[in-house]
Ligand binder design. Structure first.
Ligand code: CA
Ligand code: CA
Length: 287
């Protein structure tokens, strides 16, 4: 375990004023309707990098080169493949959407998303939110493009603190649009006929330590054979972890061999297997 090193680096990083942005999409499942910024010409470059510099509560950034529409019910999982996001002082990351003040009724136009985070990409913890007020959601505060995007006190956007969830570090941030639920409810405070779903501009990370992912998910199926009660590993560098549906590690294997899931109780498990060529995640139904 590298735990002691992590603690040391956290301490060294606590007073840094620097910030970084996301550089990796783990998955994107577009929702219904709005497709702005989803073409390869613009995505994913439009969500990497710093938030829009022209945005304010009076100006909504809506160019395809700057924002990605998730669509109603859409979901994206993002992170930084070279850095682990850690719980440091105050806000640990800030999500920027194109919230603006409607000049006709003076109300903020909000297209909300719920935010959850994960260390392993399997088990996610959701930041609490209140549907009626949208408090705790992303997509609820305008971006102030003229301000320092590294300073969450003045940058605008919606900031999240891992300490609120009792987590020390995460790799994966899931943003799931719930604008469809607001649109379905005409009595909702933020109902508007022109709602079309969450638009992601940028995600800034305030507290982080360098931790390069050994690999991103890829097809490594040639290196193993899996059945409901055993796995055969053909590669000496294979590292295999079995998690229960609550994300708790229940078994670990490595190297070449036949490993039987005898010790596991009947049920559904998630297997994560990785080697120098990549990582795969598979579901096991052990009967
Ligand atoms: Ca952007
Ligand atoms: Ca924090």
């Amino acid at each position: 375990m590298k735990y002691s090193i992590l603690i040391f680096m956290m301490a060294a990083n606590l007073y840094s004023q620097d910030c970084i942005t996301i550089n990796h999409v783990f998955s994107f499942t577009p929702g219904v309707g709005q497709k702005l910024g989803q073409s390869e010409e613009f995505y994913p470059a439009n969500i990497f990098g710093i938030p829009s510099r022209i945005a304010s509560e009076d100006v909504a950034e809506a160019t395809e080169s700057e924002v990605l529409s998730l669509g109603f019910g859409g979901e994206i999982i993002v992170g930084n493949s070279d850095n682990l996001i850690i719980d440091g002082d105050g806000a640990d990351f800030t999500i920027f959407e194109n919230v603006f003040k409607n000049p006709i009724n003076g109300r903020l136009f909000k297209e909300p998303a719920i935010v959850s985070v994960s260390k392993d990409g399997i088990s996610y913890t959701e930041f609490p939110y209140v549907f009626a007020s949208l408090e705790g959601c992303a997509g609820t505060h305008p971006t102030y493009g003229a301000a320092d995007y590294c300073d969450s006190d003045v940058s605008g956007g919606d900031s999240f603190d891992l300490a609120d969830l009792g987590l020390d570090s995460i790799r994966y941030i899931k943003i799931k649009d719930i604008t469809d639920q607001v649109f379905a409810n005409q009595n909702h405070k933020y109902f508007d006929y022109s709602l079309s779903g969450f638009d992601l501009d940028a995600l800034v990370i305030h507290n982080f330590v360098v931790d390069v992912m050994s690999s991103v998910e890829s097809d490594i199926s040639e290196f193993y054979t899996l059945s409901s009660d055993e796995i055969t590993s053909y590669n000496a560098s294979n590292s295999i972890q079995i998690y229960n549906i609550n994300g708790i590690l229940v078994s670990e294997y490595s190297g070449i061999g036949l490993f039987q899931f005898r010790e596991l109780q009947n049920g559904i498990y998630i297997m994560k297997i990785s080697n120098s060529k990549g990582t795969a995640i598979e579901k096991i139904i052990n009967l």
